[in-house]
Ligand binder design. Structure first.
Ligand SMILES: [Ca+2]
Ligand SMILES: [Ca+2]
Ligand SMILES: [Ca+2]
Length: 237
């Protein structure tokens, strides 16, 4: 990781282990990527949000013991950029770390499912849309199961087919098959398939490791997004 004017990542080690971390363009008003992490250690901040290049922490929340789950993603069009929330926090926070309201009903996976560019919540075998007064159920998978207990990971979540919206793959409850769910919603957003973004593509690969998290592309998709970068990918002949 590059060294920035505010210090290097190695100098900022010692922030302890956490069970969840998110890397993406979480704050599109700042250049580059941002990083959000929860902590499992009572001597560390409960969660923190940092410049991914320099490691500079932009905001933190108070220590909270074992803060076991945390997510950062643009789930709410009423506040610019990503919202961040965690098990030990009392509310969802904006990109400046300010509390802005109720937390979503889950803090596990994410999925772009309906037609708008805010991201939806994926947990167990359900997809919900965040709302300030309550979440709205968009899909309940029937006869399928998630994995790894309360982490509730799908077999895979990824942009596999069609446009930029994501598919979710769950195993059937009797383990006889994998079932792929794809969105029935139309969209007017024209964004290249996310698998052409190399950072997103690597994130799909890491979902095959044990303690996985939802994928993020290298660019921001959210409220106000009108265009996305054209893929810069070449194949060797
Ligand atoms: Ca940014
Ligand atoms: Ca937002
Ligand atoms: Ca959406």
């Amino acid at each position: 990781m590059a060294t920035g004017s505010t210090g290097s990542w190695p100098a900022r080690r010692g922030l302890g282990h956490g069970d969840a971390a998110h890397l993406g363009d979480l704050d599109p008003s700042r250049p580059g990527l941002e990083y959000y992490k929860v902590s499992e250690d009572s001597s560390k901040p409960g969660s923190w949000f940092a410049d991914a290049r320099t490691g500079q922490r932009l905001w933190t929340t108070p220590t909270a013991g074992d803060n076991g789950r945390g997510v950062s993603a643009d789930i709410y069009a009423g506040s610019p950029g990503a919202e961040s929330w965690s098990s030990a926090d009392s509310e969802v926070r904006n990109t400046r770390g300010t509390g802005i309201g109720r937390k979503p009903s889950s803090a596990n996976f994410l999925i772009w499912w309906d037609g708008d560019s805010s991201r939806e919540l994926l947990d167990q075998t359900k997809i919900d849309k965040y709302g300030t007064s309550g979440d709205t159920r968009l899909l309940t998978g029937s006869g399928v199961a998630s994995n790894n207990g309360t982490k509730a990971t799908p077999a895979l979540s990824a942009d596999l087919f069609g446009d930029w919206r994501e598919e979710v793959v769950w195993r059937t409850s009797d383990n006889s098959a994998l079932r792929i769910y794809s969105t029935p919603h139309q969209t007017d957003r024209r964004i290249p398939t996310l698998m052409h973004d190399t950072m997103y593509r690597v994130a799909i690969a890491w979902q095959n490791t044990a303690y996985n998290q939802p994928p993020h592309p290298s660019f921001h998709i959210g409220s106000g997004t009108t265009s996305a970068p054209w893929p810069d990918v070449y194949y060797a002949r």
